[in-house]
Design a protein around this ligand. Structure first.
Ligand SMILES: Nc1ncnc2c1ncn2[C@@H]1O[C@H](COP(=O)(O)OP(=O)(O)OP(=O)(O)O)[C@@H](O)[C@H]1O
Length: 241
């Protein structure tokens, strides 16, 4: 079985604060892997190490069999950060074109991918607007479209559906499921939303810089004698609901 993500014994400190403590994760190809945990638990820090935006103090991070950070591998990673990294004075279309141009796409493929990504997040009619005139939710949607534009093998999405309405959230999740099933994409997602966590193949609960438990949503519910993931989350963290 191919393992597109291998994290082994990773630790990370900011100043004196230990943010990740001996974290190990393996993710199989064609899986949706969810990271859930309280605010400040270390999810974004782990994601940043996967993308190569930060470097671990100890341990190893491999994506697609390469040690991160690695510029070649970045071609194969679609990353949606928690805060939007968009050019406000450009239109949405210009933003998409700019980010698409960073990847090795032929012109026709670039056009096709931009049309697909904009359509998925329902921004096609708004593409000629400047991003400065976008709402918060529209910016999130554009950031997601940008993460998808280069057709990456690995998608890393940090709270992708915050500020997105329920109907579009469902559309996006259906597409993520299709991408893993039909195209074998590997998708890593952080979320605070339990019904999104339920759709993940494997869930890791992060708390105080450690993965305190992981498994399929069903396994976790059985392990913690819980009726739902909210209860798992509370019980795994030592809080009895
Ligand atoms: N660049 C940084 N410098 C100093 N401290 C940082 C830095 N980045 C993160 N931290 C700290 O590391 C801890 C973990 O942060 P992180 O963003 O990984 O949490 P998170 O689980 O993603 O939280 P949330 O769910 O709120 O996004 C927090 O205490 C945060 O303040």
């Amino acid at each position: 079985m191919d393992l597109p993500v291998k994290v082994d014994g990773v630790s990370k400190k900011y100043g004196k604060k230990v943010v990740l403590n001996q974290v190990s994760v393996t993710i199989q190809q064609g899986q949706i892997y969810g990271l859930i945990g309280p605010s400040g638990a270390g999810k974004t820090t782990l994601v940043k190490l996967l993308v190569g935006m930060d470097i671990a103090d100890a341990g190893t991070v491999q994506v697609l069999n390469q040690q991160m950070p690695n510029l070649e591998v970045l071609q194969e990673i679609g990353y949606m950060a928690q805060s939007d990294a968009l050019y406000a004075e450009l239109t949405a279309e210009e933003n998409l074109k700019f980010f698409a141009s960073l990847f090795k796409l032929k012109k026709a493929e670039q056009r096709e991918r931009i049309a697909y990504a904009a359509d998925l997040v329902k921004l096609t009619p708004e593409l000629s607007k400047k991003v400065s005139a976008y709402s918060g939710g529209m910016k999130r949607r554009l950031s997601l479209a940008i993460a998808l534009v280069q057709n990456p093998k690995v998608l890393i999405l940090d709270e992708p559906t915050v500020g997105i309405d329920p109907a579009l959230r469902l559309t996006i999740w259906n597409e993520l499921l299709r991408l893993k099933e039909q195209e074998g994409k590997t998708i890593i997602v952080t979320t605070h939303v339990m019904d999104e966590a339920e759709r993940c193949d494997t869930l890791a609960m992060v708390r105080e810089g450690q993965i305190i438990t992981s498994g399929t949503p069903q396994e976790l519910m059985e392990r913690f004698h819980a009726r739902n993931l909210e209860e798992v989350f509370l019980r795994a963290g030592g809080e009895q609901p």
